[in-house]
Design a protein. Structure first.
Lengths: 221, 228
């Protein structure tokens, strides 16, 4: 469950956004420079909004009024970067292991690296380095790495934009499946309206910081 | 006169000690300067790189002033360790460390700045604190620059002459390092000793530059097409 409303001053315009999401995928769509990535980074804690509040599972992670700003590492958010940001000096397995929570910190979930690698069909890449695998495979590794932290929310910044059409379609299907399996909200940024329509249970269109709701359908409701 | 290898041993001792000091001090300082903004940063940056452009005699003079018998640090040393810095091998190490520091510092700083900030951000989203990010992401990815800086600093320490002469003097068997031995052997007309040391220094310096160039090419090839 995610509730957010915040403003953020950017050099050329002010970003203003308000949304809530119980489960399912929220697609943020808009041209480059519309403020999509800024929204993700504000939710993740990589940027600080000028004002507003962000609430994840009834836990306030940012509130300008109450002076709360929980650091990124404690927000329990999975983040898939546009360029994947895989660690080039670590194998696929080490990359995926990087964010594995300490034993016992989350008693209900017991997730092993093998589970996650298997789920994303990248078990055979375990010992490869990021420069030895393809774009689609990198995307799967980035997803695996983010999921390994057992996040309460997954943020995806243009996750499929660098892939060819075939790989893209396959991964779109898998993202949908993954969301159903994982049962946490996803926020997906894309500049492709078609992709947003295909994946998004909710779609928000952004232009110069202003939002327009195109679809609202919440799975949990 | 017979060839003496003592200056070589002394030079190596000085260079190793100086490189250890420079490595331990330059990495945290370079990390701080690459990552943080603070008031007066440009001034600090200039002071740090100053030894690169100052004449060695100026550095030697300053070191003598600071570490001399009546200098602030010289006095402290005398009180705490009952030893002095001037005209000892410790003085030579300090001189070498001061002139080698900017080389190492610049190399490390550029290397740290070149690490993709997205990788560090990714590590933070994966739950890593700042120290873990630095030791598991930033430092390993900056390793090439650190090693290059280390080799340059070692070579520079080995060749330090002017400042060393002023603070450590020319005491054969005690503070007479290779460059100083060359100078005084030549002055005394002992070209035999001088030329052997000159050949050793030249071969060593050539190997350092050649090795760094080769290695630089190799690591560029490795990282090409790589990255995430």
């Amino acid at each position: 469950m995610l509730k957010a409303f915040f403003q953020k001053k950017l050099p050329t315009f002010e970003l203003e956004i308000k949304f809530s999401l119980n489960n399912g995928i929220l697609a943020l769509v808009g041209p480059s420079g519309a403020g999509k990535t800024t929204i993700l980074q504000c939710v993740a804690g990589l940027q600080t909004p000028s004002s507003g509040e962000i609430n994840i599972n009834d836990k306030i992670v940012f509130s300008s009024e109450q002076g709360v700003n929980i650091p990124i590492r404690k927000r329990r958010i999975g983040y898939v970067f546009q360029d994947y940001a895989l660690f080039p000096h670590m194998t696929v397995e080490k990359n995926v292991m990087y964010g594995k929570p300490q034993k016992g910190s989350i008693p209900n979930k017991v997730l092993t690296v093998s589970n996650v690698l298997e789920m994303l069909k990248i078990e055979h890449l375990r010992n490869r380095y990021p420069n030895q695998i393809s774009g689609g495979e990198k995307q799967r590794v980035a997803l695996a790495r983010a999921l390994m932290t057992e996040p309460e929310l997954l943020l995806l910044d243009e996750p499929l934009s660098a892939l060819d059409q075939d790989t893209r379609s396959t991964l779109q299907q898998e993202l949908l499946k993954l969301q159903v399996q994982w049962q946490i909200p996803f926020i997906l940024v894309t500049h492709d309206l078609q992709e947003a329509e295909m994946l998004g249970d909710q779609i928000i269109k952004l232009d110069h910081g202003k939002q327009e709701e195109l679809r609202k359908f919440d799975k949990a409701q | 006169m017979e060839f003496s290898y003592v200056p070589i041993v002394l030079s190596l001792k000085v260079a190793f000690a100086a490189v250890i000091i420079v490595t331990c001090s330059s990495i945290p300082i370079a990390a701080l300067m690459a990552k943080r903004e603070f008031f007066g940063k440009d001034v600090v940056e200039s002071v740090i790189t100053l030894p690169l452009v100052l004449p060695p005699s100026v550095i030697g003079f300053m070191l003598l002033y600071v570490f001399g018998k009546n200098g602030p640090l010289g006095k402290l040393f005398e009180q705490w360790f009952h030893t002095r810095i001037v005209f000892t091998l410790a003085g030579a190490v300090i001189a070498a460390a001061v002139v080698a520091f900017p080389l190492m510092y610049q190399s490390v700083k550029v290397a740290i700045e070149n690490v993709d900030p997205n990788l560090e951000k990714a590590a933070r989203t994966l739950g890593a604190g700042e120290l873990r990010v630095f030791f598991t992401i930033t430092l390993p990815l900056a390793l090439n620059g650190i090693v290059a800086g280390l080799v340059l600093a070692f070579a520079r320490s080995l060749g330090e002459f002017g400042a060393t002469l002023m603070i450590a003097g020319n005491i054969p068997g005690k503070t007479q390092t290779m460059p100083i031995a060359i100078y005084f052997a030549n002055e005394a007309g002992d070209t035999g000793q001088a030329s052997i040391l000159v050949i050793i220094m030249t071969i060593f310096s050539f190997l350092v530059i050649y090795g760094l160039n080769r290695w630089g090419k190799g690591s560029r090839r490795d990282s090409r097409g790589g990255g995430a």
